[in-house]
Each structure stands twice: as C-alpha cells, then as structure tokens.
Design a binder for this molecule. Structure first.
Ligand SMILES: Cc1cc2nc3c(=O)[nH]c(=O)nc-3n(C[C@H](O)[C@H](O)[C@H](O)COP(=O)(O)OP(=O)(O)OC[C@H]3O[C@@H](n4cnc5c(N)ncnc54)[C@H](O)[C@@H]3O)c2cc1C
Length: 457
C-alpha cells in the first residue's frame, strides 16, 4: 500500500507544508516572481532520511515531483503545480578539508554558505556571480562564474555526489563508483535523482582584484570588437564578463553616471594587483572609459556584490545562447538591443567560457558546449508585475536577433521552459547517452520537472 500522509509525517523530521497551512504562501515562493505555482505538498527535508521518505511518498502516490535546492531556477523548475516539492533548503552544512583541498556541501546550501566556509582557509571552488544561487541547481547544470577561465566550470571541480535515486536507493557517484551517473550529473541537471551532497576541489583564491570598467554606449561596438580578440589570449587568471547595464543609483558610483545605460566589463583577477593590472590594461585602455574601478576585495564580497540588487521576488525572464564567435553583424545587433534596456535591472551578459573550461572535452561530461567562447544571457528584470510583458518582449526580441549567430544551443541553467528541441540542441551528441543513462536510473521519468531528458528507447 502507498505511504499515507500520516505515515510520511511520522517518517520525516522536517516540515510538511500543505495549502491550508499558514506557512504555505511563503514556502511555495521561488526566486522568480513571475512563477506562481501551487504544489499540493512541500516537504522541507532536514536530512537524507527525509529525502528518502518524501521521494517514496511521491513515487507511491504517483505525484508530479519537483526538487528544490536554492529555488533560483529562472523557469521555476524547483516547484510545480498540484504535486510534491522536495525542498532541500534546510539541508545545510559545509565541511572543509584543508589538507585534502576539498569541501563537502549539503544540498540545501547556497554559494554564499560555501564561500563563507572556504574563505576562512583562503580557498574557493568555481561557482557563479551571485551568492544566493543554490549550489545544487547551479552545479548540476554546469556552473559558470568568476573562476571559469582559471579553474573551469563548477562541474570540472566536482569530485563526488551522494544521491537518492528514483527507486529509493542511495548511491555515491564519482570517478570510481557509478561512473555513468557521475558523467550525467555533470551538466545533465536534476534528471537522475536527488543529490544530497556534493564534494568539490578547492583552489587558493582569497583576495581578488575586482571591479568594473564602464564605457558610453557610443563606444560599445569598438569595445566588443576589442573584447572578442582580447579574451582569446587574455591570461587565464583574469575573468571579465561583458555587460549592457543601467548604472544603479548606488553611492559607489559617481552621481553623474546614475541611471545611465552603459556597456561594461566586470573584472575579477585572482593574482596580485600588478599582474591583474598588466593583464587587463590592454582592454581597459580601449576608447575612453567613463569609470575604471578595479581593486582588491575578498572573494566572498565579490560573490555577493550583486545580491542587494537582484533580490528574490523580482519579475525575471531570460533567454540564452552559446557563441563560438562574435561577428561584426552580431555586434551591431547587440548594440542595437543592448542600448534599449527596458528597466533599470535588465541586462545582457556575455560570460567568457574559454581557458580551463575548454580543456575538458565536449563528451567528457554531459555539458556539451566546450568549444564556446561566450555564454550569453539576456535578462529582463523588474520588481513590478505590470512590466512583465515589457521585459519579456524585449528579451525575446533581443534573443531572436542574436540567435542566428549563435552556436545553436544554450547553457541549460540560463534557459526558460523552452521545450524538448531546445534541450536536445543544448546537449547535442551527449543527448543520446544521457537518455540511455536516464533509462537505467529513472525509467519512468519520475524526475521530469527540469530541462528534461526523456528515458531512451
Ligand atoms: C540571480 C541569479 C543568478 C545566477 N547566476 C548564475 C551564475 O552566475 N552562474 C551560473 O552558472 N548560473 C547562474 N544562475 C542560474 C542558476 O544556475 C540556475 O537558475 C539554477 O537552476 C539554480 O539552482 P537552484 O538550486 O538555486 O535552483 P532550483 O530552482 O532549486 O533548482 C533548479 C533545478 O535543479 C534541480 N535540483 C535542485 N536541487 C537538486 C538536487 N539536490 N538534486 C537534483 N536536482 C536538483 C531542480 O529540480 C530544478 O530542475 C543564476 C540564477 C539567478 C536567478
């Protein structure tokens, strides 16, 4: 007989939250304010035993089941309508092994939790650009951030995972055990089971050289033309992502720039100041910058710089693509659409994904686009739901204009719910192998609230 809700209540130490509970409305919210889903049951797990019980309940009662880590997924894939949410956000815990240079992270952590713990030992592992993003979702999709060019994607530093599979088994996957599963979770998302803990390799990263260079929009085409060349040979210790942005009215920026749309490169160098200065100078000397403010900062502060701007609950619509090159025509289209940011928080980022990330083969992990030079993300953001249409239209138009010049697929973590073709285009020749592994570990497609890989024939 299927596990009943009463049996589930006695089986878990965490919370069960249902639509009639006072905590329900807060518990069902995810990061993206555009997502308004109403699950039937949210289980806030505190340990692996809770995950096993919740998963068993979902399976035996035939419930659509979503898994939630940090809740940051743009498409809202950490929740669902009418089903079960296995919410891992209370599963915290970061254990640093300084001698081994590794860190073990529980699945409910966000990157700020990890940075805080590893910084005390003068170390870090590659993650993203914002500290409030979930470790779980970001890692399972790949992980692009400030340390990508130097130390690779987050998955290139993943050593091992513990998981609960669809049939309830608990397994470890790493280079020696369940190697097929380990290959698949490095980019294949939450398709294969609930990961309950991650182990990462650490690197000596402590104080970094951080800050932006801003240029006026009139110089954007020249800046992009120089940037596409610069990034090909730039020292790997340097990361600099290109952006169109509106300068926020924050005291750290001169008032004359407040609310001005500019193009920018946001720098992060991991070597001492003189070396970063030398490595970035050729690019920072292009044209006439409006502001050039690179200086030392502790890595956790860098990771949380944008947290106060991009708070939970904003309307959020994004589209993405990978690019192996930026033609003059693509640059002209970037300038055209990037100059028309519809709201203060809307932005376009071009993240460089070369350097160490390109030294891993396209079939070595599920993440396929190893030859890409840039991961582009176009994001419409605003606090006001009345502007949802405006930011979405701008984002789609920008995306449509650039897509013909792309490599054809995207980083899955920057996608909305865009359908099966788009998922396949993003995994390319890795898709078939992923589908075979899916069939082995999740033949009924129990884990389908994700960028879904269908079990192979
Ligand atoms: C403000 C913001 C900044 C971002 N910055 C970056 C960035 O710098 N670099 C980058 O690479 N990405 C970035 N992202 C994208 C981010 O990687 C994805 O949104 C990712 O899905 C978030 O993971 P999460 O755990 O927070 O999300 P959730 O919504 O909780 O989950 C996302 C997906 O992962 C699955 N999942 C979550 N936890 C588990 C688990 N333990 N086991 C199995 N499946 C699981 C879910 O089922 C769902 O399909 C950013 C997103 C936002 C909103």
């Amino acid at each position: 007989m299927a596990l009943s809700i009463e049996q589930l209540k006695t089986a878990v130490r965490g919370e069960l939250i249902q639509p009639t509970d006072a905590a329900y409305d807060a518990a069902r919210k995810v990061y993206n304010g555009m997502i308004d889903k109403r699950p039937k049951l949210i289980v806030r797990c505190v340990d692996v035993a809770d995950v096993m019980a919740a998963l068993r309940y979902g399976r035996e009662n035939g419930m659509l089941t979503a898994v939630r880590g940090g809740g940051h997924n743009g498409a809202g894939l950490g929740t669902c309508d009418g089903g079960l949410v296995i919410d891992l956000s209370r599963m915290k815990g970061v254990h640093v092994d300084p001698a081994a240079g590794t860190v073990r992270v529980a699945a409910g952590c966000v990157w700020g939790d990890v940075d805080h713990a590893t910084h005390a030992f003068g170390m870090a592992t590659p993650s993203g650009f914002i500290s409030s993003t979930g470790v779980a979702g970001l890692t399972l999709g790949g992980g692009i951030g400030y340390l990508t060019r130097r130390y690779g994607l987050t998955i290139d530093n993943l050593l091992s995972v513990d998981m609960v599979l669809a049939d309830g088994r608990f397994v470890t996957a790493n280079a020696k055990e369940n190697q097929d599963l380990f290959w698949a979770v490095r980019g294949g998302g939450g398709n294969f089971g609930v990961v309950t803990s991650f182990q990462f390799r650490l690197h000596p990263v402590s104080t970094v050289q951080f800050g932006p260079t801003f240029w006026p929009l009139e110089q954007a085409a020249d800046v992009l033309k120089s940037y596409r060349k610069f990034i090909l040979t730039a020292s790997e210790e340097v990361n600099g992502f290109f952006a169109f942005l509106v300068v926020p009215p924050a005291p750290m920026f001169p008032e004359s720039l407040h609310m001005k749309t500019v193009c920018a490169i946001v720098w992060c160098g991991t070597e001492p100041a003189e070396e970063t200065e030398k490595a970035t100078r050729p690019m920072r000397s292009v044209g006439k910058p409006l502001l050039d403010a690179v200086g030392p900062a502790p890595f956790p502060a860098v990771q949380s710089t944008f947290d106060g701007l991009f708070v939970p609950g904003l309307q959020w619509y994004w589209r993405a693509d990978n690019f192996t090159e930026l033609s003059d025509t693509a640059i002209a289209k970037h300038v055209e659409h990037g100059s028309k940011l519809p709201t203060m928080l809307s932005t376009m980022h071009l993240y460089p994904v070369n350097g160490a990330a390109q030294r891993v083969g396209r079939n070595d992990t599920a993440y396929s686009f190893r030859e890409a030079l840039f991961a582009e993300v176009i994001v419409g953001i605003d606090p006001d739901p009345a502007n949802a249409g405006k930011i979405t239209d701008w984002c789609k138009n920008y995306y449509d204009a650039l897509h013909p010049y792309s490599a054809g697929g995207a980083y899955v973590n920057f996608m909305m719910d865009e359908g099966q073709e788009r998922v396949q285009a993003s995994f390319r020749d890795n898709y078939e192998r992923l589908a075979a592994i899916k069939k082995k570990y999740d033949p009924t497609n129990f884990f389908r609230v994700n960028q879904n890989i269908k079990p192979g024939a």
